[in-house]
Design a protein around this ligand. Structure first.
Ligand SMILES: [Zn+2]
Length: 395
């Protein structure tokens, strides 16, 4: 499994100029290849990744600045393009109404990908040397472990970061202990089969005012002027802040689950698609989709390193089946309470779903479910978790 370690990097002025021009060149390449793919499709030709790969070589005559960028980095531009094409096709399959891939503007293209080669890390002096770029010092606030497979160089506003991707080897020894089912949703971020209900973080909503102000300040400035660029950086920083808050929250929450349970069961969201949770406004769905996916991937890798089993179950009927007797109790998304007319079992709908997910994941038969008091967990409580936190039960 690959783990990413992100460190702040401090290129000097001349290195930064080279970085920016390399980004510009990669962006040009991305947009050119994308445009050629689009044209090919209009002429009913299906382009392939191999063809666009070969095209990079011939494009070097058209744009000599390509020669100034490490060849593997250019290859990764092509990989990224095809990754996006595949992701788009996947979303279309899932029923989203989306058009074409967009061309990348200067503010949307900010990562150079040094895969496998072209970099040299000097851990002792906290320095990474990149081919065609030069040496860049970085702060290794925590050391990485494992074999390095690649390094990304990325710009956020006026700050730079290096992301070291290292291959981890886990012993794979499994733990014994308790198990849990987790249902993710829109009302609560997560509800588990032990009765914990984790509030939905509203980081974006909390920063809405700041973001609005920053957007207004950009709108008032002359496009591409120094002040406009500065304001743009500030906005990007504000967005980064929200992303960091979210990641922090998800890290702590997933950490807590993996710490406490030997087996964690969740619904497979790929299958779930838009079927059930799709009645929400599109914007919010998008945001939640992303953070559920990230929550799962954090759970998955933390589970693997801790020897916890991570199970994804078929989401079919998890919210409709009565966890107590197995009857199907149809309900719409707005019905928050599960009330079984057959066995009189009454529970919060998400809790009922979590118990079902747990049962399916553990391949257990139906058993009477005891009605336990559910406990709310505010976002702040998750975030205030310290490294040596009390065990999960103490929530
Ligand atoms: Zn029932």
């Amino acid at each position: 499994m690959l783990l990413s370690y992100k460190y702040r990097a401090y290129p000097d002025a001349s290195t930064e100029t080279r970085l920016n021009s390399a980004l510009d060149t990669c962006r040009w390449l991305y947009n050119t290849l994308l445009e050629e793919c689009n044209t090919a499709r209009e002429n009913r030709i299906t382009p392939t990744m191999r063809e666009t790969q070969a095209r990079i070589v011939t494009l070097k005559d058209e744009n000599p600045s390509l020669k100034g960028v490490y060849s593997k980095v250019l290859q990764m531009v092509n990989y990224a393009l095809w990754g996006n094409i595949a992701a788009l096709a996947q979303s279309k399959k899932r029923g989203r109404k989306i058009g074409k891939l967009r061309f990348k503007s200067a503010f949307r293209y900010r990562t150079l990908n040094y895969n496998q080669s072209g970099f040299k890390i000097d851990r002792e002096h906290s320095m990474i040397t990149f081919s065609k770029i030069g040496a860049i010092p970085f702060t290794m606030h925590r050391p990485y472990t494992g074999k390095v497979k690649g390094v990304l160089l990325t710009r956020h506003g006026d700050r730079w970061f290096v992301i070291v991707q290292a291959e981890q080897e886990f012993t794979g020894s499994k733990r014994e202990g308790r198990s849990v089912g987790i249902d993710v949703g829109l009302t609560f971020f997560a509800v588990d089969s032990d009765g914990a209900m984790v509030e939905n973080p509203r980081f974006y909503e909390c920063s809405l005012y700041t973001i609005k102000k920053l957007q207004q300040s950009i709108a008032r400035k002359k496009r591409l002027s120094q002040n406009w660029k500065k304001a743009k950086c500030r906005l990007e920083k504000a967005y980064d802040h929200i992303t960091n808050q979210k990641k922090d929250f998800l890290h702590k929450l997933s950490h807590r689950y993996v710490d406490t349970y030997a087996t964690i069961c969740v619904e497979n969201l790929d299958i779930k698609g838009l079927k059930e949770k799709g009645n929400s406004p599109r914007l919010h769905r998008g945001i939640h989709d992303a953070s559920w996916g990230r929550f799962y991937s954090y759970l998955a890798y933390k589970a693997e390193s801790a020897g916890t089993k991570f199970v994804k179950v078929d989401p079919r009927n998890t919210s409709q089946i009565c966890a107590n007797c197995g009857s199907i109790v149809k309900k719409t998304l707005s019905e928050r309470v599960h009330e079984c007319p057959y066995c009189r079992f009454v529970a919060d709908r998400d809790y009922n779903a979590a118990v079902n997910i747990h049962r399916v994941g553990m391949e257990q038969p139906f058993e009477p479910v005891e009605t336990i008091p559910l406990h709310h967990i505010p976002v702040m409580q998750v975030l205030s978790m310290k490294q040596e936190a009390p065990p999960f039960r103490a929530w």
